[in-house]
Design a protein around this ligand. Structure first.
Ligand code: ADP
Length: 262
């Protein structure tokens, strides 16, 4: 069996008195697309804060390629929930930002990103400002900025959450196509069941806060994900199974009004 790329063991995390992550153990293998699916407020974004070093867990261990994640290694390219493009920077300068932060000269960073503009559907928009682009284009620009950093693993926090349903569906399709062509490893946080099934190889279902992994689902759909015939029926079956699990999840939380999963 291959070694795990990312390995979390019995992670716990709390904000003051509030336990957010109760006991999270999970793995991501090289080349895998893994989703974390759970109700809003269950602690999914908190998990990313732990991975990116913005917070430290109270207990448990986190390893990447066998090395402890203690702030000395930075293997993740993180795409936050909102597009987080800087409104005053042109698209080209937004997409080079991650590389510039890593110390690359702007001219070299531009040479790296420019050939990717057409694949990301952004051809001709290099000199535009974010406000001049559609929501879907802004998200593609944010994803371009993330993948171009060439980190071993992508962390995607609800990347399409702010988009309308149609744009969202077309972005999911686009991302899946990109996924099938590139050798990426990714972890996606979402509360959208269909999105998780469509994009993932495996899904961990979180309980309401304090989060535990209540189930791990292997999505046995062929790639690329052309959902016709048997694949469409199988996908609907997996979605129904996940919804059952979420609705029957034990709720020992004191959360206020968590959103229902879609
Ligand atoms: P999710 O991403 O699943 O929606 P989060 O990880 O953002 O959930 O939040 C999990 C819980 O932790 C929520 O109930 C939220 O209110 C609480 N929380 C998040 N950030 C903080 C903070 N800085 N201080 C106190 N509580 C927080």
């Amino acid at each position: 069996m291959t070694a795990s790329r990312l390995e979390l063991e019995q992670i716990t995390c709390r904000y003051g008195e509030t336990s957010v992550l109760a006991d999270i153990s999970l793995t991501v293998q090289p080349g895998e697309f893994v989703s974390i699916l759970g109700p809003s407020g269950s602690g999914k974004s908190t998990l990313f804060k732990l991975l990116t070093g913005a917070r430290r867990p109270e207990g448990g261990s986190m390893r990447f390629d066998g090395q402890t994640l203690d702030g000395t290694i930075r293997p993740f390219a993180f795409m936050p929930q909102r597009d987080a493009l800087m409104p005053w920077r042109r698209i080209i300068d937004n997409t080079t930002l991650g590389l510039e932060v890593q110390g690359m000269r702007r001219a070299e960073a531009r040479r790296r990103v420019l050939p990717l503009f057409s694949e990301f559907g952004l051809d001709g928009f290099e000199q535009h400002y974010p406000a001049e682009l559609s929501g879907g284009m802004r998200q593609r620009a944010a994803l371009l900025r993330t993948v171009v950093q060439d980190k071993p693993m992508l962390l995607l926090d609800e990347p399409f959450g702010a988009l309308d349903a149609l744009t969202r569906a077309s972005m999911q399709r686009w991302l899946e196509e990109m996924w099938s062509q590139h050798d990426w490893t990714a972890m996606l946080v979402t509360h959208d069941v269909r999105e998780a099934v469509y994009l993932s190889d495996r899904i961990y279902i979180f309980s309401p806060r304090p989060a535990r992994v209540i189930r791990e689902i292997i999505v046995d759909l062929p790639r690329p994900r052309i959902l016709d015939g048997a694949a469409r029926a199988r996908s609907a079956e997996i979605e129904a199974d996940i919804l059952d699990t979420l609705f029957n999840a034990p709720n020992d939380a004191t959360t206020t009004n968590p959103e229902e999963p879609r």
